[in-house]
Design a protein around this ligand. Structure first.
Ligand code: BGP
Length: 469
């Protein structure tokens, strides 16, 4: 079986991780521009000031994407280039840059798939309370509408937010992303609610403009499975799915929050400050949401957490995504299992987890339209005689594409696959050491681009529409 002709073979990036040019052409300062420069916050103090200089080299990069046969490029817009202080004046040079980037994609027939928010919030808004302040919701509306009006004649695929669970939990529970706040569930739930309202408003605005494209949101997809057959652990996995899936997917797809979580938040005093009008907006926008983007890296293997003296203090808990973490509410813990495979960064490699998760998602939400908006292997790639032989990445993507194909056979409505990432880029907390790209960037040699082994392999897959998988 080949993949259908309307299925996109794509790859992705995000503005802060590739662009650089952090203070050029009228760009405002983002929360990441500030946060990454606080000593100790990022791996070896790396930051996105230069990143991989995509801002200046996008033509070369898109030419390489075209050579690979890429059908669609998922990238994000930096809010600070469009409206430098968050909700004030529009910066024409910012519009010009993305107009040029979009046109360059279209020149080669590459479909732009645009994320509006991939974590780089204007610092002015961050200082006013970031996503916990409803001013940010209004500001996002203005920013999103500006983008629809400026680019919507050519961009027909929009993602409002990337991974709400990650920027809110790392921002307000783990203190690992801006604004660097720890253990504050009240703020965490408030921020997530505000993001969902901002998403819903953007969906409404977009539909009003009648541009006849599609709009959705991208969520982390880390379905939780019990680590074994024990009833306690099964319950713990259900709890994990309520908090990490239902809380995020229900307001978008059903237009209401899951009762299980709502009840517990009330008992614990963590209910967000929400208005009847906001709850109505969620309800009205849900049927207009066109798709969900799934970022799948690994499932969660879950056990019920029984506090022991050996528990690591919160500050030492794993925050970079590897198992071994106690949930913020102390109910469950993620574990690694002996019979599973893991990456060098300890993330489980599980194409079967993707397929099982997709079936679970269908059980909960029916046949919704899906894109896999991120999936890939973070590795320190082997370089031999100047060749980047990333055979492990080829294997990883091949196995996950096979799972997607099986999903299609089962009638799932998956419309595209975007490998993370199209090119090596800055990992938020792991610097340049952890690589994901098809295109290598030589950090020792003026950021020169090179094709990896996976580049030629993906090119073949696309050319054969996955027939050999
Ligand atoms: C996702 C983000 C991406 C990217 C990826 C890999 O959560 O959306 O921006 O960073 O994870 O993560 P890492 O770089 O930590 O390995």
């Amino acid at each position: 079986m080949r993949f259908p002709h309307d299925f996109f073979f794509g790859a992705a990036s995000a503005a802060y991780q590739v662009e650089g040019a952090w203070n050029e052409d009228g760009k405002g300062v983002s929360n990441w521009d500030v946060f990454s420069k606080i000593p100790g916050k990022t791996f070896e103090g790396t930051n996105g000031d230069i990143a991989v200089d995509h801002y200046h080299r996008y033509k070369e990069d898109i030419r390489l994407m075209a050579e690979m046969g890429l059908e669609s490029y998922r990238f994000s817009v930096a809010w600070t280039r469009i409206i430098p202080d968050g909700d004030g004046e529009i910066n024409p040079q910012g519009l010009a840059f993305y107009n040029a980037l979009i046109d360059e994609c279209l020149h080669y027939g590459i479909v732009p798939f645009v994320t509006l928010y991939h974590w780089d919030l204007p610092q002015v808004l961050e200082e006013a309370g970031g996503w916990t302040n409803k001013r940010t919701v209004d500001a996002f509306s203005k920013y999103a509408t500006t983008c629809f009006k400026a680019f919507g004649d050519r961009v027909k695929h929009w993602i409002t937010f990337n991974e709400t669970i990650v920027f809110c939990s790392l921002g307000y529970l783990d203190g690992a992303h801006p604004p660097g706040i720890s253990h504050n569930p009240r703020l965490y739930f408030q921020a997530t609610h505000n993001v969902f309202v901002a998403h819903a408003r953007a969906v409404e605005e977009y539909k009003k403009l009648r541009q006849y494209g599609e709009i959705g949101i991208t969520h982390v997809f880390s379905p939780a499975f019990p680590a074994d057959g024990q009833a306690d652990n099964a319950q713990a996995a259900d709890h994990a799915n309520q908090y990490s899936l239902a809380w995020f997917y229900d307001p978008i797809l059903k237009g209401a929050y899951p009762d299980y979580v709502v009840g517990q938040l009330k008992e614990r005093g963590w209910t967000p400050d929400w208005t009847a009008e906001e709850l109505t907006v969620l309800k009205w926008a849900a049927p207009k949401n066109d798709f969900i983007g799934l970022n799948y890296y690994q499932p969660q293997r879950v056990i019920k957490h029984n506090p022991t003296a050996e528990d690591k203090p919160a500050a030492q808990q794993v925050i970079a995504g590897a198992p071994g973490k106690v949930s913020f509410d102390g109910v469950y813990k993620t574990v690694s299992l002996e019979d599973k495979k893991y990456t060098k960064w300890g993330w489980e490699i599980s194409p079967e987890g993707l397929l099982e998760g997709l079936r679970m998602l269908r059980g909960a939400y029916g046949d919704i339209k899906l894109y896999i908006t991120e999936n890939g292997l973070g590795d320190q790639d082997p370089v031999e005689n100047g060749q980047i032989l990333d055979a492990d990445r080829v294997e990883y993507i091949r196995e996950h594409l096979k799972a997607v194909k099986q999903g299609l056979r089962e009638g799932l409505h998956i419309k595209g696959y975007y490998a993370w990432s199209v090119i090596d880029l800055l990992s938020w907390l792991n610097g340049f050491k952890k690589q994901y790209g098809f295109i290598y960037v030589d950090q020792q040699n003026n950021l020169t681009r090179k094709r990896k082994l996976s580049f030629g392999w993906y090119k073949q897959v696309i050319a054969n529409r996955g027939g050999e998988l």
